[in-house]
Design a protein around this ligand. Structure first.
Ligand code: 4AD
Ligand code: MG
Length: 481
């Protein structure tokens, strides 16, 4: 019955026609101008009510947040900032919203405040734009892989494996009310198992993905993953989405090429399909930056930043070279780093990553060949180098303002080397016997990586807190709905 506002605003053919619009009231001015938003676009449509011939009681119910239906003719608007408006002939309230109680007012609210009413923040322009961009990025990811004949492989959420070997997992429990033992107080005594087997929520689909790649050739997973690290940062969630491609017969260089292509492709897709959202987010940031001293404002606006990334090659550097750059850097020598870099082998802290990406190279950086000690057991081992250093064919992609966005590697395909490394870090071979079969039967070079989807969205939207780019953020003590 109704037409979505986006259609009316972008299609001149509606001028002169009668339409029905349904949406939520954003503002109501001078007892006649209603700004209506139906979510289809960031823009509101203005409906002009004939207040002299409208019941006063009805006019009182046109309040911010109420849902409304208006019928009327689309006419060219004389007012500034809008091309058309609706000359209302009939108006009705679909759902009231008590203006005394509705927490969103027609003004700019802080992101902190909106996080406290996360269930209602969808109704703001900022979150409308963010979740449209999130959708576009997800769609582009599938399109990118589909164009390259990758198979979307659904890997399990409940699994017995700890892919990263880091142990930061949520355990799964079976809840059988009738047969579950009760504690003395009568409360259910949760069994920490999955029908008698110990399982957890997946931290990564990689190991299962490798099984797929070693038969289908090229696969990817794209789903929620879980980390039980108790970190309250602007870059970590307990539940986040990860894009994980895995490719047979790919070496590290092929892996880097694919990751760079993927990131550029999806950013380009957003620039092409979401120009209004990016413009809105860009202006939001510029507004925010006005409050900062001039030397703290960024040199490029959001649009320029995104355009720069898709048009420039990422820098590729080994860990060993990066450590040399850091050692010689001013902040390190002046002891401005909280953790100074003195020795080969140290894990990079975010201050070091930021220095490399934002101050030294000023572009996305792919860091490779990390010390084996600080990386996962499954990464392909390099020959020991002239300095006696043991490295692995790892690659992390670091982004300005974000830090690590991608983690990946070429995989160790040699069974004996893999077993030796597992023994060193204390992983039992029986635990992942199924995984080791890929190395027992027709092993082959292969590679893959994982993109943190929310970190990608942070970069593309210019937002700074990861809790603002996922509809229902999960972080310590936050899982209400
Ligand atoms: O570096 P990570 O832990 O790598 C893996 O899980 C590999 N198995 C991926 C693979 O090779 N298939 O995680 C990959 C990315 C990180 O670079 C980061 O962007 C994101 O996932 N990430 C998180 N994002 C939000 N919250 C967290 N707690 C995250 N932990 C990792
Ligand atoms: Mg990592």
């Amino acid at each position: 019955e109704h037409t979505r506002i986006k259609e009316i605003l972008r299609n001149e053919e509606f001028v002169g026609k009668e339409v029905i619009v349904k949406g939520w009231v954003r503002t109501f001015r001078n007892n006649q101008f209603v700004a209506i938003n139906d979510g289809s676009t960031l823009n509101n449509i203005q409906a002009v009510v004939d207040f002299e011939n409208t019941d006063e009681k009805l006019l009182k119910r046109i309040t911010t947040g109420a849902s409304i239906r208006v019928k009327g003719q689309v006419i060219e608007s004389l007012g500034k900032g809008q091309s058309v408006e609706i000359k209302v002939s009939d108006v009705s309230i679909l759902g009231d919203s008590d203006p005394e109680k509705f927490p969103l007012q027609p003004k700019k609210h802080s992101l902190e405040f909106l996080r406290e009413i996360a269930h209602l923040r969808f109704r703001t322009g900022t979150f409308n734009a963010i979740f449209k961009v999130r959708h576009a990025l997800a769609f582009a990811v599938h399109q990118f892989f589909n164009e390259r004949d990758f198979v979307y492989l659904h890997t399990p959420i409940i699994t017995g494996s700890d892919a990263e070997g880091a142990g930061e997992m949520f355990r799964v429990t079976t809840l059988d009310f009738d047969n579950t033992p009760r504690t003395e107080s009568g409360a259910v005594d949760f069994k920490e198992d999955f029908f008698g087997k110990s399982t957890n929520l997946t931290v990564s689909g990689q190991l299962e993905g490798e099984l797929g790649a070693m038969a289908l050739g090229n696969i990817y997973t794209f789903g929620p993953t879980f980390r039980a690290e108790n970190s309250n940062t602007t870059r970590h969630l307990a539940e986040f989405w990860m894009i994980e491609p895995e490719m047979a017969f790919y070496e590290l260089e092929d892996n880097m090429d694919l990751a760079e292509d993927l990131l550029k492709y999806v950013i380009k897709y957003v620039l092409e399909t979401c120009p209004d959202e990016i413009e809105f987010l860009k202006n939001r940031l510029l507004e925010e930056e006005k409050n900062k001293p001039a030397n703290e404002r960024s040199e490029m606006n959001l649009l320029e930043k995104l355009t720069f990334v898709i048009n420039n090659e990422f820098e590729r550097v080994t860990y060993t070279d990066a450590i040399e750059i850091l050692k010689r850097s001013k902040p390190n020598q002046k002891k401005q780093f909280k953790y100074s870099i003195d020795e080969w082998g140290a894990d990079l802290q975010s201050e070091h990553e930021r220095y490399l990406v934002e101050k030294h190279f000023k572009k996305p950086v792919i860091l490779t060949d990390y010390p084996a000690e600080i990386k996962s057991f499954y990464m392909k081992q390099n020959d020991i180098d002239a300095n006696g250093h043991k490295t692995v064919r790892a690659m992390d992609i670091l982004f300005p303002g974000i830090g690590e966005m991608v983690g990946g590697s070429q995989r160790e395909e040699n069974l004996d080397k893999l077993l030796a490394r597992m023994a060193e870090v204390g992983i039992e071979a029986e635990e992942i016997d199924w995984f080791l079969d890929t190395r027992r039967f027709g092993t082959a070079p292969h590679s893959g990586f994982g993109v943190g989807f929310e970190r990608l969205i942070l970069f593309v939207t210019g937002m700074t807190n990861i809790r603002d780019v996922i509809p229902f953020p999960r972080y310590p003590k936050n899982a209400e709905f």
